[in-house]
Design a protein around this ligand. Structure first.
Ligand code: UP6
Length: 263
């Protein structure tokens, strides 16, 4: 099944984050998100500056950063502003709605600086609807959530019968706040829903801790995801800029259906 053009997806966007996402993809000709899993803010900011022109989103695990502070957030938002980049906090929230909200506004104040945050579906629909209040509050930056429908790791319990479909149903019923899914393969037929896929590496198949990787062509052209999330393929390389350009090219060619099959 073909994807709708970005202009149509932008128009059909129910969630604010998706208007921004599809516009940015079109402008930058990129469907790449960089996962910067470093522990120090200077390291992160340095790579974020190099990456920002090439990617639509920069994904963080803020709770892995040992010297996280307000200055970091300020500099990050400046990079996001200057290069039209989405700031993505991969917190993978999974609790009752009331606690999700406390965590969003907690010591790292995620809702103030992140455009999007990941949320597990395991907690059920009503806990997820609790995010609406924060997303609709202009005092916060948060403009959408991504529901985790499938994990990339070996033996993930998201493979159990019915889990992914149940997550999809929650997302589709709340498209004003759920911008899309973290998944391994396209699961929703709604044009506006974004399919963000981790587990992409052009040079390796697995790490020693359960991660499973496949190429960008497999992830985007065959499995029909929209956005490639790449981490160590870029961050562990000696020449991240060169790898960013390579991943960007591979992922975008796969997205626009070019016949540049190298995976
Ligand atoms: N991520 C996965 N798999 C999932 C969900 N999220 O790998 O199912 C996240 C990880 C990491 C990034 O938390 O930040 O995507 C992947 O990094 P890698 O490319 O270095 O494996």
């Amino acid at each position: 099944k073909k994807r709708a053009p970005l202009s149509v997806r932008m128009e059909n966007a129910s969630c604010r984050l998706n208007e921004l996402l599809y516009k940015t993809m079109q402008q930058k000709e990129s469907n790449l998100c960089l996962a910067i899993d470093f522990t120090q803010k200077e390291q992160i900011l340095e790579l974020a500056k190099v990456a920002a022109p090439h990617v639509v989103a920069i994904k963080l695990h803020a709770d892995c950063i040992t010297d996280f502070d307000d200055q970091f957030v300020k500099e990050l938002r400046t990079i996001a502003h200057n290069h039209h980049c989405i700031i993505f906090e991969d917190r993978k929230l999974a609790d009752i709605g009331a606690v999700n909200i406390l965590q969003l506004k907690g010591h790292q104040n995620i809702a103030k600086w992140a455009d999007v945050v990941t949320v597990h579906a395991v907690q059920g629909q009503e806990s997820i609807e609790a995010f609406r209040k924060v997303i609709n509050d202009d005092n916060y930056c948060l403009s959408g959530i991504l529901l985790i429908a499938q994990l990339s790791s070996k033996g993930a319990l998201t493979q159990l019968d019915g889990y992914t479909q149940a997550a999809r149903n929650i997302g589709e019923a709340n498209r004003d706040i759920v911008a899309g899914f973290i998944c391994q393969t396209k699961i929703s037929d709604f044009d506006d829903m974004g399919h963000w896929t981790p587990g992409v590496n052009l040079d390796a198949k697995s790490d020693d801790a359960g991660q499973q990787w496949r190429g960008a062509n497999e992830a985007i052209r065959r499995q029909l995801n929209d956005i490639v999330i790449v981490g160590r393929g870029v961050t562990a390389s000696k020449n991240p800029k060169e790898q960013l350009e390579r991943y960007k090219r591979e992922a975008w060619n796969a997205f626009i259906g070019g016949d540049h099959d190298t995976t």
